[in-house]
Write a protein that binds this ligand. Structure first.
Ligand SMILES: Cc1cc2nc3c(=O)[nH]c(=O)nc-3n(C[C@H](O)[C@H](O)[C@H](O)COP(=O)(O)OP(=O)(O)OC[C@H]3O[C@@H](n4cnc5c(N)ncnc54)[C@H](O)[C@@H]3O)c2cc1C
Length: 506
């Protein structure tokens, strides 16, 4: 008889783990509290408009494809993709009429950089070279492997590699060495927000995110990101797996230090292994009730950890198309981005916030009624444990109006407030309630130095056998491609324990 695995949660990492395990010969069942697959990669459908709820930017497409290729499928049959060029447009509040288009074609990109600052062009290339070196080390030795025991990190070889990563510097400080122009520097540092950490606090290594954009590009999946979730669900069902939606797991059944299944409605559902995709801090606090099994992750420890920022989102159905706005991805930075970043991580209510506008219906018109566009607008905000203000209707209206006011200064959006026909919001409270994101933090535990690599929660539970964690709060961290790696690591850990398969991580 094949062994049974229960997977808690059909987020990206839950689906990817389930596919890998089903493919490896296990009988896998996913239990998901929401009605759709994808977790934060969910879909909002309203008044004929369809929006991705969370992720929109596809980086490292090879990792998206890997899961389909592993199962002998052609990824193009599941997630047809198109490369975007230019990748995005960046507006600065003090020069809103002179935006920059950012290309992943190096020739075009260099012309843009030289146009911003001749002096910094050489520094830009030096930055690329330095971070590329670190990226190859991180990819080879850190982000694709677990740190199961202390000696997996604390050994001469790994310590030598860690030194090469030069993680002690923060992103902002690191860029200071190469680039003087403030706008250019901001264009290469804001991407740490993709994983919910400030460039002033995030290790300089995370400036590899813009480097990956510049050198490898970004992509659009037909139908938007949610296509990846439905495609993984389809593949999992084709492989013979099963999913139960609208069902909340109450507890992980743990007996004598071994996970034995899960509890649903007070009834135990038995399994040989449990893979938990529910956010690690939430799961440790609420689903692992056995104190010994928590190991060092006591409730006190969970609350003392640092959480990534959250997001306020507006999904607007518009009564027209925005031909004058040419790009699918648009970043709008206010005059005082530094203050803005400080306020997000200090918990202050934001003034003149910076935000991101995504218009997926430009790439795929079927996502909005004919002749109309849908606007997805994201503003990074404090997580619930940091915010020193309440999320209520007043806060929503305050942010809504301040965003619309700022947008009206952008060519093409001058009359935006009169063109809205449908409106939906997501707040940090909604992320907590819908997906059990601890503190409503959109990217899980903040990837500070002391919460990265061997110091981030690992996949294999330290004090309970047959229990594995996967997802953004575990190593290697947040972002769709990175949680796909976390799923791969979780499955390798399970296979290592069950079948004594040894994976070579050097
Ligand atoms: C607004 C936003 C924008 C983003 N933009 C990007 C982007 O452009 N590109 C990118 O690569 N990444 C982006 N990200 C990050 C990316 O979306 C996440 O890192 C990734 O989707 C997280 O996947 P996950 O599997 O770890 O967790 P989740 O998506 O949180 O999945 C966990 C699942 O577990 C379920 N669950 C929780 N508790 C239970 C329970 N008790 N019982 C049953 N089910 C349970 C939840 O409902 C959920 O479905 C963005 C995230 C957000 C929020």
């Amino acid at each position: 008889m094949t062994k049974k695995v229960m997977v808690i949660g059909a987020g990206v990492a839950g689906l990817a783990s389930a596919i890998r395990l089903q493919h490896a010969g296990y009988t896998v069942e996913i239990v998901e509290k929401e009605a759709l697959p994808g977790g934060k990669m969910n879909r909002i459908e309203k008044d004929g408009y369809q929006f991705d709820l969370g992720p929109t930017i596809v980086m490292m497409p090879e990792l998206y494809k890997e899961i389909f290729e592993l199962c002998g499928r052609d990824p193009d049959d599941y997630i047809p993709m198109e490369k975007l060029d230019p990748m995005y447009r960046v507006y600065f509040g003090d020069k809103v009429d002179q935006p920059y288009d950012i290309s992943s074609d190096l020739t075009t990109l260099m012309q843009t950089i030289e146009g911003i600052s001749e002096e910094d062009a050489e520094g830009f290339l030096d930055y690329l070279k330095e971070i590329y070196k670190r990226f190859t080390i991180a990819k080879k030795y850190f982000i694709q492997r677990p740190f199961r025991k202390q000696t997996d990190f604390f050994n001469p070889f790994m310590l030598k590699q860690a030194m090469k990563l030069k993680t002690l510097d923060n992103a902002d400080h690191f860029l200071d060495k190469y680039i003087k122009n403030e706008h250019l520097k901001q264009m290469i540092s804001f991407q740490t927000l993709y994983i919910g950490v400030s460039p002033y606090n995030g290790p300089s290594l995370y400036t590899m995110i813009p480097m990956i954009e510049f050198l490898y590009g970004i992509w659009f999946i037909k139908g938007g990101m949610h296509t990846m979730a439905t495609a993984m669900e389809r593949l999992f069902l084709e492989l013979g797996g099963s999913i139960q939606y609208n069902t909340t797991v109450e507890e992980i059944a743990i007996e004598n230090g071994v996970a034995k299944g899960i509890y649903l409605d007070g009834h135990k559902r038995e399994a040989d292994f449990v893979v938990c995709n529910a956010d690690f801090p939430f799961a440790m606090k609420n689903l692992v009730k056995n104190t010994e099994a928590k190991g060092k992750y006591t409730d006190k420890k969970i609350d003392s950890m640092k959480y990534s920022c959250s997001c306020f989102l507006m999904y607007l159905g518009m009564d027209r198309k925005y031909e004058e706005v040419e790009h699918v991805h648009n970043f709008v930075f206010n005059e005082n981005l530094d203050q803005n970043l400080h306020d997000i991580f200090a918990g202050n209510k934001l003034e003149d916030a910076s935000f991101y506008i995504h218009i997926a219906s430009k790439m795929d018109p079927s996502l909005a009624p004919e002749g109309k566009d849908g606007l997805y607008i994201l503003m990074p905000v404090s997580d619930l444990s940091t915010a020193n203000y309440e999320w209520n209707d007043e806060t929503i209206q305050y942010y809504r109006n301040s965003i619309l006011q700022a947008m009206k200064r952008i060519k093409g959006f001058e009359t935006i407030d009169q063109e809205i026909v449908s409106e939906t919001y997501m707040t940090p409270k909604d992320f907590a309630a819908k997906f059990n994101a601890y503190n409503g933090a959109c990217f899980g535990l903040q990837p500070t130095l002391s919460q990265s690599n061997h110091m981030r929660p690992q996949s294999k539970a330290t004090h309970c056998d047959n229990l594995y964690f996967t997802g953004s709060s575990t190593h290697p961290g947040a972002g769709v491609p990175i949680v796909l790696l976390s799923a791969k690591i979780a499955v390798q850990e399970l296979l290592h324990d069950d079948k004594e398969i040894l994976f070579d991580y050097y």
